[in-house]
Design a protein around this ligand. Structure first.
Ligand SMILES: Nc1nc2c(ncn2[C@@H]2O[C@H](COP(=O)(O)OP(=O)(O)OP(=O)(O)O)[C@@H](O)[C@H]2O)c(=O)[nH]1
Ligand SMILES: [Mg+2]
Length: 237
């Protein structure tokens, strides 16, 4: 004779167990979902993250630093409209701009060049990866003053490994000093420049001549120099 065993399961017990089981499944799904999300977003960040470098733009007042930054953006940023030169006023403090190119993000810090503002330059040295030094090639009277400010800057040990782009600006003006004239003056400081990457280039921030070439050179140097000055977003690699 077949026995029929009916287990007694009180209703109350079933209704208590089911929701607990369901909670377990849903929290484990949530956990895996979260893990997937973290993995996917980390992977996305890895694919899209760009090395970020900071470049400080220095030089005497009126050298053309702010005009240069505008020209640099015009040469590398699609759709950037140049500011009217009559609207560019002397920088007091800091003017910033960025360029996204060749897999890197360049952050430019254009500082004021007036004598009393030069004291602030070294506050930016620790965080910058390269220096652009702008010279007014048309201003023969202040070339020695510019060289002195340059020497003071490169003497600073914090900048020892930072690539240096020296721009003989205002090449569009008649009677300006060409690179052949500017280079020997700044080469007198070769012992201070040492082994860092250094290039003197003729440019016109007004016409845009030579601007893109300088930026390309700088980006190559920054990429080569990552061991001594790692990019901002990647300092722990
Ligand atoms: N002809 C000519 N003029 C230029 C050039 N670059 C800049 N200028 C002019 O030089 C003047 C000063 O330019 P800025 O860009 O304001 O100079 P700055 O170095 O930023 O000066 P501060 O902000 O005072 O340190 C402006 O009248 C510009 O139009 C250039 O390549 N050629
Ligand atoms: Mg300026």
């Amino acid at each position: 004779m077949r026995q029929c065993i009916v287990r007694y399961q009180p209703c109350i017990q079933r209704t208590q167990k089911e929701p607990r089981f369901k909670n377990l499944i849903s929290s484990s799904r949530l956990f895996h979902g979260f893990k997937m999300y973290t993995l996917m977003s980390g992977f996305y960040r890895y694919l899209t993250q760009k090395d970020e470098f900071c470049v400080v733009i220095l030089g005497l007042d009126n050298a053309g630093k702010t005009t240069y930054l505008d020209a640099a953006k015009a040469s590398k940023v699609k759709g950037h409209k140049r500011a009217e030169s009559s609207r560019v006023t002397s920088t007091v403090g800091l003017n910033v701009g960025s360029i996204d190119m060749n897999g890197v993000l360049l952050q430019f810090w254009d500082l004021g060049g007036q004598t009393e503002l030069q004291m602030l330059w070294d506050k930016y040295y620790a965080e910058c990866h390269a220096v652009i030094y702008v010279i007014d090639s048309h201003d023969r009277e202040r070339i020695e003053e510019s060289k002195e400010a340059f020497d003071k800057m490169i003497r600073n040990e914090i900048l020892a490994e930072a690539p240096l782009l020296v721009l003989a600006n205002k090449q569009d003006l008649p009677d300006c000093m060409g690179v052949r004239e500017v280079k020997p003056i700044f080469n007198q400081s070769a012992h201070l420049i040492g082994s860092r990457d250094c290039m003197v280039m003729p440019v016109s921030a007004l016409t845009g001549e030579g601007i893109a070439e300088g930026i390309n050179w700088l980006v190559d140097c920054l990429k080569r120099n990552v061991d001594s000055r790692p990019p901002r977003n990647n300092e722990n690699r």
